[in-house]
Every structure is written in structure tokens, then in C-alpha cells.
Design a protein around this ligand. Structure first.
Ligand code: SF4
Length: 427
């Protein structure tokens, strides 16, 4: 593994907490129209959630989380027959809404109606782990084969309204080296793409030597079909658990101007980077000037809280060249501004090119540690409501199926060794 130079002292720890967090998570349906390997949701026959229940969850989250935006997830949220009313309800309650979608059921008419209801943005999941009708018989072996499809959706969104447009990719050992191509694609299409998330593949392993039980201490029989995110020992060994530091190292190698600004750590492991956020500053010709620094993010979070009493996610305002004002406070932006001036002085026509920003987030989900504890995202932003309580959405299916999140007992040294090997990525 390449060593990264990430240092928490150089990053801003996002100020989010359980009760003051800009994001809340609401799943509106169990139903989906495609298949993704390792999908976090089992189809449990819940179908579309009733509108009244969804409204109650939104109000619960608003009350207990002080959210700036609600992430609408599923299943495929656009399939919910009352999706416009749901979004309108969020808008009427003074919050933004971000829809997580595979895009397959979207068209221009739906997008226009979503915009009318107040939808803020769309986060597309289109990657090589999916089985989609658009692929027809084409075998998807590389992420770049999907770029035309991604761009088709990005252009459709742009044509239909001014949305925040985001793309996600699940990163595993076999596609890590393709991450730079994906980022390059996004930079080259920055007129259409506002942000990228790289979600590092995780799962609960079915490992000889592990025993799972509920909160009540009842043992559960566990295998790879127990949960959408149950994985085999082979998958754990060969594919899963790329740490965010390794993704960071790949990004730094291919985009030297990139830098991370802020993070969320782990609930157990003080060394982990569970959310690692950065923003590249580019023009619309794909030239990278540099990146935001931690002071810009700190300023944005603090000022938003001061004026709107909540932290910020999915900014509506496009900064353009105004970002360079942050040079006063932020040495990273100052460096980018200097690069921008040198670039434009070499050819003054470039002063007329728009300046853009693109968000780059790396998310490292739960890690099962060698002692059986689970390292979650500290102050998890993606919490949802389950039976009157807030739970991490990545582990919701354990609660739905077994009545609580599962506890793990490591009862064989061989399992301990395997877990330790996967965890000690940066030591
Ligand atoms: S703990 Fe799970 S649900 Fe929460 S942010 Fe991390 S991956 Fe997402």
C-alpha cells in the first residue's frame, strides 16, 4: 500500500454531532429496478413506505438532528408514487433534499417535476457492480465504460433544472486504480458534475471463528445470504476494506493539486478517517489550480451555523471566482489563486474561463476490528429512524432482520489474525 501523508492536525474535524448534523437519511421504499452486488438493503417485502410514516420520519429527523438536508434513499426513491409530495414536504419544512438514485427511471418530465417540488440535488450510483438494462449484453469490466451513461444523466439533469449533481462509485481492491479515470471524467465534465463520492466497500464477514449475536445475547446463524452486506472470507481478503488513506494516496499521486480539507474519524479507532472531504478548484477546461483548505470549510460551516443555525451540506451558491477571496484566510486557496494567475497571464483569454469547484468525498464504512468491536463513522451523518430511534443507515438491515445491530465474538485466533491484517492498513 502507498503511504499517505494524512494528518488530522492539518484537517478540519467537521463539527457535526448526533443532534446537530446537516444530514438526515430517509428510506422511502424497498423496491428497486436494478440489481447491485453487495446492495445494503435486503428486499424485506416492505414495498413503498406510507406517506404518513415518511412525513413522521422527516419531522423526527428535523427535530432531533437539526438537518440542513434530507437524503432520500431506498430502494430506488424515484419509484415511490408520492415522491413529489415527499420532496415538497421537505421543502415546506425548510430543508434541502438530495435523492440517491440509479437514474434508470428518470426522464426529463420527472426531473422538471422534482425541481418544482424543490429537489436540491441528485446523487447517482452508476458503477460496474450493477446489472442494468442499459448494459444490454455488454460486459462491464472497467468503470470508464460507464462514463457515457453517467454523462447522459448529468446532461439530462442540467437540461431539466439547476440541481446539485453528484456521482458515487464503490471502491474495492479490483477497481482502485480506476479511480483517477473516474475523477478525470468528472473534472472534464465539471459543467455538469458538482461532486464525487468514493465509497470504500465494506461488509460483515462470514468468517470461520466469528460468532454473531443480538443485543439480547441471542446467537444468530450468519452466512453470506444473511444480509446484503454479508461477505465471504474471500471477498474480505481479496476485494473489500480499502482504507480511505489508500484512496487519498491514489488521488494525491494522480492529482497533485488535490488536498483533503476535513474529516470525520471513527467511533473506536482514533486513527481512522471515515469521511474525508476535499474540493478541487478547476476551470471548465479541466485545468486544476489547487484545492480548498481547511479554513474555507471551517468558515463555511461556522458562518452557515451563525446565520441559519445549522451546519451546511450541498451548498446552493456556486462560488466561481469568488472562492479566491478565501485567499485571505486559507493558504491552500492562496496557492490555487497564484496558480490561476500564472495560468491566465500565460494566455489572458483564460481570464474569461469560468472557475469551478468539484467536491471529492471518500467514505469508509464500518470496520470490524480484531477484537470484534465495530469502528463506525463518528457522529454518523447518515442516520435514519427505526422504531423511534436513530440508527446508522448502513446497518439498518441488522435491526430490521434481527431486532438489533449484531455483536461479534471473535473466538478463534485465525479470525483475529485475518481481521487484524485488514485493519492494520496504516500502521
Ligand atoms: S456509519 Fe454507516 S451510515 Fe453512518 S456515515 Fe458511516 S457508512 Fe454511512
Amino acid at each position: 500500500m502507498e503511504k499517505s501523508t494524512l494528518d488530522k492536525g492539518n484537517l478540519y474535524r467537521l463539527p457535526w454531532s448526533m443532534n446537530d448534523n446537516p444530514i438526515g437519511w430517509v428510506e422511502v421504499t424497498d423496491i428497486c429496478n436494478i440489481h447491485c452486488d453487495g446492495c445494503y438493503r435486503l428486499v424485506m417485502g416492505g414495498g413503498h413506505k406510507p406517506l404518513q410514516q415518511i412525513k413522521e420520519e422527516i419531522l423526527f429527523i428535523k427535530k432531533w438532528r437539526n438537518c440542513d438536508g434530507i437524503s432520500l434513499a431506498g430502494g430506488e426513491p424515484v419509484l415511490h408514487p408520492q415522491i413529489y409530495e415527499i420532496i415538497q414536504f421537505i421543502t415546506d419544512n425548510g430543508m434541502k433534499s438530495m435523492m440517491l438514485t440509479n437514474g434508470y427511471a428518470l426522464n426529463e418530465e420527472k426531473l422538471v417535476n422534482l425541481k418544482k417540488a424543490g429537489l436540491t440535488g441528485l446523487s447517482f450510483h452508476i458503477d460496474s457492480t450493477q446489472t442494468r438494462p442499459e448494459f444490454k449484453k455488454e460486459k462491464i469490466e472497467h468503470e470508464e465504460q460507464l462514463n457515457d451513461l453517467r454523462l447522459k444523466f448529468a446532461k439530462l439533469v442540467k437540461k431539466s433544472g439547476d440541481f446539485y449533481t453528484h456521482f458515487g462509485m464503490t471502491v474495492h481492491r479490483n477497481n482502485l486504480e480506476e479511480v483517477p479515470d473516474f475523477i478525470r471524467w468528472a473534472i472534464d465534465n465539471v459543467d455538469y458534475v458538482n461532486g464525487i463520492s468514493l465509497i470504500t466497500f465494506r461488509g460483515l464477514p462470514d468468517l470461520n471463528g466469528l460468532e454473531y449475536c443480538t443485543d439480547k445475547g441471542e446467537n444468530v446463524s450468519f452466512n453470506t445470504s444473511s444480509l446484503g452486506y454479508a461477505i465471504s472470507a474471500e471477498t474480505m481478503k481479496d476485494v473489500a476494506n480499502v482504507p480511505s488513506q489508500e484512496v487519498y494516496a491514489v488521488l494525491k499521486k494522480h492529482f497533485p493539486g488535490y488536498e483533503a480539507t476535513s474529516y470525520l474519524g471513527g467511533t473506536v479507532d482514533h486513527t481512522s478517517f471515515k469521511w474525508l472531504i476535499g474540493n478541487l478548484i478547476t476551470d471548465n477546461k479541466g485545468h486544476i489550480f489547487g484545492a480548498y483548505g481547511k479554513k474555507t470549510i471551517e468558515w463555511a460551516q461556522v458562518m452557515h451555523h451563525l446565520f441559519y443555525s445549522k451546519y451546511l451540506v450541498y451548498p446552493r451558491m456556486k462560488m466561481g471566482k469568488r472562492i479566491f477571496i478565501m485567499s485571505i484566510l486559507d493558504k491552500q486557496v492562496r496557492k490555487a489563486f497564484k496558480n490561476y494567475l500564472l495560468y491566465c497571464l500565460a494566455n489572458p483569454v483564460r481570464f474569461f474561463h469560468p472557475v469551478k469547484a468539484i467536491g471529492l468525498g471518500v467514505i469508509q464504512g464500518p470496520d470490524l476490528l480484531a477484537d470484534g468491536s465495530v469502528d463506525m463513522c463518528d457522529d454518523c451523518p447518515d442516520m435514519c429512524v427505526h422504531e423511534g430511534k436513530l440508527v446508522n443507515s448502513c446497518r439498518l438491515d441488522e435491526c430490521r432482520k434481527f431486532g438489533s445491530m449484531l455483536h461479534v465474538h471473535v473466538n478463534k485466533d485465525s479470525a483475529k489474525e485475518i481481521l487484524a491484517r485488514h485493519h492494520n492498513h496504516d500502521n
